[in-house]
Design a protein around this ligand. Structure first.
Ligand SMILES: NC(=O)c1ccc[n+]([C@@H]2O[C@H](COP(=O)([O-])OP(=O)(O)OC[C@H]3O[C@@H](n4cnc5c(N)ncnc54)[C@H](O)[C@@H]3O)[C@@H](O)[C@H]2O)c1
Length: 354
């Protein structure tokens, strides 16, 4: 069995669903079900005995020890995190707690469990830490993309907390020999993404005829990867990655935010035309995010060279699938858009004047 943390969130849920579509190896899924955790993402696994869900906190050492002892996993794939940069600016404490203390707790529990395994089990065990390209900081327009050797220069409380967790993971390998792997991935998009992030927020607002808020001048550049491709990369790294190494994962697809928004609008014009006019009429520029990194770009040659992984989707195919999914799953969106989510959006965007 593999032990997944944060498997009710966006990427974690996609990973668990893909894993059980392509393998019969059971998954132990630990998730605290914060605002970002949504069991509806895993509805397809209801009654499936290969999926064992436990609601709990990665900072709870006694719980983690018990789960390791009861389920004897061969690997842990660690997604659980506070993940939204804007939230980290408003309230950084939960980011330090979950991303730093939580990762520390998991590392310590994994180390105790792994140390007591027999020779074969010890050799096969893996701790795969899922991280982000945001730890590398911001690039100028002509800088080369982030390679694994790039110095860490995190600029937001989110990226600083993820950078700290990456350093802990690295140290547990060098100091204790824990067999770790780290992946640093660019921006993901796809089904089940919480509609506070750029692409699902734009889809939801465009369908509702609401303003499409774009930060600053909209020229911040990100690399975008379809979530299913990220999940495939993690499976490759888990199966064949070299212990102690980090692998950058990206889509070879750098785009300014405003181009993403125009692409979403154009596809919605085609798939769900609005009698009031093109969806792009709703684009509204709002005050920029403080410390907003200008550009991220990923050099994903190492994972291709060593493990043969490349994204299967282009942005054109991935974004089309994604919009089709949101159009077909409006109930999911409506359920997510209740309660805490709406309060949060009002607080975040209410303070930003056009
Ligand atoms: N979304 C992206 O574009 C992206 C890109 C690269 C890396 N990542 C990394 O991938 C991972 C998953 O990202 P995501 O977008 O799916 O995030 P998400 O916010 O959608 O999901 C995070 C999940 O972790 C759970 N969680 C939070 N705190 C917890 C705690 N203390 N104990 C147990 N569970 C807890 C939440 O309930 C949620 O289900 C994160 O580590 C993130 O840093 C994300």
């Amino acid at each position: 069995m593999i032990f997944v943390t944060g498997g009710a969130g966006f990427i974690g849920a996609n990973f668990v669903l893909d894993w059980l579509r392509t393998s019969d190896e059971p998954v132990l899924n630990l998730d605290a079900l914060t605002y970002a955790g949504n069991l509806e993402n895993l509805a397809a696994l209801q009654g499936d005995s290969r999926h064992v869900f436990v609601q709990g906190d990665i900072c709870d050492r006694a719980l983690i020890d018990r789960l390791f002892a009861e389920h004897r996993p061969r690997a842990i794939v660690h997604f659980a995190a506070e993940s939204h940069v804007d939230r980290s600016i408003h309230s950084p404490a939960s980011f330090v707690r979950t991303n730093v203390d939580g990762t520390f707790t998991l590392l310590e529990a994994a180390r105790d469990y792994w140390s007591a395994l027999d020779g074969e089990g010890r050799a096969a065990f893996r701790f795969l830490h899922v991280s982000t390209d945001e730890v590398y900081g911001s690039l100028g327009p002509n800088d080369p993309p982030f390679a694994e050797t790039k110095a860490y220069e995190p600029n937001s409380p989110y990226s600083a907390s993820k950078a700290a967790s990456d350093h802990l993971v690295r140290a547990w390998y060098h100091t204790y020999g824990l067999p770790v792997l780290t992946t640093n991935c660019s921006n993901n998009y796809g089904p089940y993404q919480f509609p506070e992030k750029l692409i699902p927020l734009m889809i939801a607002n465009a369908l509702a005829g609401k303003a499409l808020p774009v930060y600053g001048d909209g020229r911040n550049v990100r690399d975008w990867l379809y979530v299913g491709d990220h999940c495939a990369a993690i499976r490759e790294v888990l199966a064949r990655g070299r212990v102690g190494e980090t692998y950058n994962v990206g889509g070879w697809n750098e785009m300014p935010n405003i181009d993403i928004v125009h692409t979403v609008c154009a596809l919605l014009d085609e798939l769900r035309p609005d009698a009031a006019g093109p969806h792009a009429r709703l684009i509204t520029y709002v005050a920029d995010r403080p410390g907003h990194d200008r550009r991220y770009a990923i050099d994903a040659r190492k994972i291709e060279r060593e493990l043969g992984w490349r994204p299967a989707e282009t942005f054109e195919t991935g974004i089309r699938k994604t919009i089709a999914w949101y159009l077909a799953n409006q109930d999911w969106v409506a359920h997510v858009q209740s309660g805490a989510y709406r309060e949060w959006l009002a607080r975040n965007y209410g303070e930003r004047r056009a």
